[in-house]
Design a protein around this ligand. Structure first.
Ligand code: ZN
Length: 407
């Protein structure tokens, strides 16, 4: 496949809006005013930053008619790697590619986890797979984004929806802005059904699975699009020497749309300044990127508060956490052997072991799981017969034992 250069669809959609809707700029200005007020308010009242955790559902829209893990039906591991990249980048984690030593580099104190409860209240892995015979989707077309949502969608008042599919027209991602329903006149921009991010399956996750090669193989496409989802603009403001409404990202003539990480300079203000090409909101190759600034952090956190829908997502997250601080095991007792499922809740990616013994102490199931987040485990059908058992789950020297009845 020909190398795609980063072309995030937000820029295109923004320019379409400007042409097709005369009121667009006025509404954008109103939103910016409201956001600026919110940022200043938070500064004045010294709102303490607490860690925000955002529940994510990943909708994998794939072309495998028999559901096998191949092609655009990307493996779980690729999805897990993406969640890890998000947390490394947004938390500026030491010892990862998301770390930087820039004085304005921020730990945004925003984290992401795969949802553990689905919209009906049932345990979930946070991953939905759905078959579509379509070869690809064009994300700059509103109808195509809606078509993806119609295949699979969870309430955007509760989750950050991530749609992963084969995308056409060279676009690798799109993120919906957090238009604020609380700001008069802005509500018509928001479409709940398509609120989330849309990512090409070849640029989702860290170098693994279908994301084997190329300059967008570190998972930063999602870091970038989620930045839009939390109200960030491109560093060059989508026009020559434009503004991103953030004071500590240098004004730039244009994007770094090259395949390189070498320095680029602008002269927008009469002084030659170095572009912050390592900013996640530029178009640089993934390997160059490692920074959100303090200003971007303040803007994102204010946007999460200002948008009613984003605020609802944060509030809902508090009810459905894990972030369990410790190991938890949930299941229905008795458990049908036709579909024996356990939910394992963990604080982070961890190893764990499941052992099932019968009443004579004989082991009937023993399996180790490596580096997984909170998830739902389905036991393989086979040698277990109806009866009473003891379930032991061990993780990080923590042990949970429970009586288990199969029928
Ligand atoms: Zn973008």
């Amino acid at each position: 496949m020909a190398q795609k250069f980063r072309s995030c669809a937000n820029e295109f959609c923004d320019s379409v809006s400007k042409i097709s809707d005369a009121q667009y700029l006025i509404r954008k200005m109103r939103y910016e005013q409201a956001l600026e007020n919110e940022v200043n308010l938070r500064k004045n009242f010294r709102v303490a930053a607490e860690v925000i955790r955002i529940p994510v559902v990943v909708h994998v829209i794939h072309n495998q008619i028999n559901g096998q893990i191949a092609g655009s039906n990307i493996p779980d591991e690729q999805i897990y790697s993406q969640i890890k990249v998000l947390n490394e980048d947004y938390r500026k984690k030491v010892g990862t590619l998301g770390f930087n030593t820039n004085p304005v580099g921020a730990d945004t104190e925003i984290e992401f986890f795969l949802a553990s409860i689905d919209p009906s209240g049932n345990p979930t892995s946070g991953i939905k797979r759905v078959y579509s015979p379509r070869a690809s989707f064009n994300i700059v077309n509103d109808n195509d984004r809606l078509a993806m949502s119609n295949l699979s969608y969870w309430d955007s008042n509760k989750y950050l929806n991530m749609w992963v599919a084969p995308l056409s027209s060279g676009y690798i991602g799109y993120g919906e802005f957090p238009y604020s329903e609380s700001v008069e006149g802005l509500d018509i921009d928001s479409d709940e059904r398509t609120d989330g991010v849309f990512i090409d399956y070849t640029t989702f996750g860290r170098k693994s699975g279908t994301n084997q090669s190329g300059i967008y193989s570190f998972g930063r496409t999602v870091t970038h699009e989620v930045g839009h989802w939390m109200g960030l603009y491109h560093t060059w403001g989508d026009e020559r020497c434009g503004t991103d409404y953030v004071s500590d990202t240098p004004v730039a003539t244009t994007s770094n749309s090259s395949a390189f990480c070498r320095d680029v300079f602008s002269n927008c203000t009469g002084t030659r300044t170095r572009n912050m090409i390592e900013n996640y909101m530029d178009y640089s190759p993934d390997s160059c990127m490692n920074i959100f600034t303090e200003g971007q952090k303040q803007r994102m956190r204010a946007a999460l508060d200002l948008s009613k829908r984003r605020k609802r997502v944060l509030n809902y997250a508090k009810f459905q956490l894990p972030p369990s601080t410790s190991l938890q095991v949930n299941f229905e007792n008795p458990l049908p052997l036709t579909n024996p499922q356990f939910q394992i809740l963990l604080p982070d990616f961890q190893d764990f072991t499941i052992v099932i013994r019968d009443i004579f102490g004989r082991i009937v199931y023993n399996q180790s799981y490596v580096d997984l987040p909170s998830t739902v485990i389905t036991l393989p059908k086979g040698n277990i017969i109806p009866g009473v058992y003891i379930l032991s789950v061990t993780s990080n020297q923590q042990l949970i034992q429970k009586k288990l009845v199969f029928y």
